[in-house]
Design a protein around this ligand. Structure first.
Ligand code: DC
Length: 224
């Protein structure tokens, strides 16, 4: 992929719950860059395929679903509103059932290929912050700044637990840890674009760091 000097790309990869989403949003705001939440695309394929009752065994229909996603990301109060076929699915794509299926559809190579160009199209001047699992290793290999953000499974589960409690949802912490470990295992062991740091990524372990500390570290590294 050719380097476009007019578009600075910052990639933030890592496992779920490491704080990538919040940090990517904050970083994009600070830098005045566009934001790509690539996980939302896999979640949208998951939700759309569940809505259409497409079984996991029907790979051709899952790929068709990914290629034809009718999605709009629009800036909203405190984040981004996600519209699928005109319907607001911002909350629906965060349900646990959708998370699990997203991880399964993300393991299908042809689904990943179907989403590749859509992700690359987000790169426009002056820059892009791309949040995902393979931003630095596959989608934007030429990115000027690459980060790999991680934290222990317990710390990540604990953060998710707090979020769900605040939303008034009933949750079981040990089950959450088991879910996160199962998802990590699948994301790291799949044949297609497995989750791993790019060779030129800066690895940050956020287990004992606040969002503000990580953000400050990233800003200094980027030289902004
Ligand atoms: O970041 P997230 O939890 O919203 O991602 C949802 C799922 O999609 C997760 O199982 C990992 C997968 N994913 C991926 O395989 N590649 C990406 N670039 C982003 C997410």
């Amino acid at each position: 992929m050719a380097l476009n000097p007019d578009c600075i790309i910052v990639t933030i990869d890592g496992p779920s719950g490491a704080g990538k989403g919040t940090l990517s949003q904050l970083l994009a705001q600070r830098l005045g860059y566009r934001l790509l939440d690539s996980g939302a695309l896999y979640r949208l394929v998951a939700l759309s395929s569940l809505n259409k009752a497409i079984p996991m065994s029907d790979e051709a229909s899952l790929v068709h679903c990914a290629a034809g996603l009718d999605v709009v990301f629009s800036p909203a109060e405190g984040g981004v509103q996600v519209l699928l076929e005109g319907q607001d699915v911002t909350t629906a794509i965060r349900q646990e059932q959708v998370s699990m299926r997203a991880s399964e559809v993300a393991a299908i190579d042809a689904v990943r290929s179907a989403l590749l160009q859509r992700q690359r199209d987000f790169a426009t001047a002056p820059g892009l912050v791309a949040d995902g699992r393979d931003m630095g290793t596959t989608v934007f290999t030429h990115a000027q700044h690459k980060f790999y953000l991680t934290a222990s499974a317990e710390a990540r589960a604990q953060r998710r637990y707090q979020q769900l409690l605040e939303r008034g949802e009933q949750v079981d912490l040990p089950a959450l840890i088991a879910d996160i470990e199962a998802r990590d295992q699948r994301d790291q062991s799949r044949a297609s674009s497995p989750l791993r740091p790019a060779d030129d990524a800066k690895v940050i372990d956020s287990t004992n760091l606040s969002i503000e500390q990580v953000l400050a570290h990233m800003m200094v590294t980027i030289g902004a």
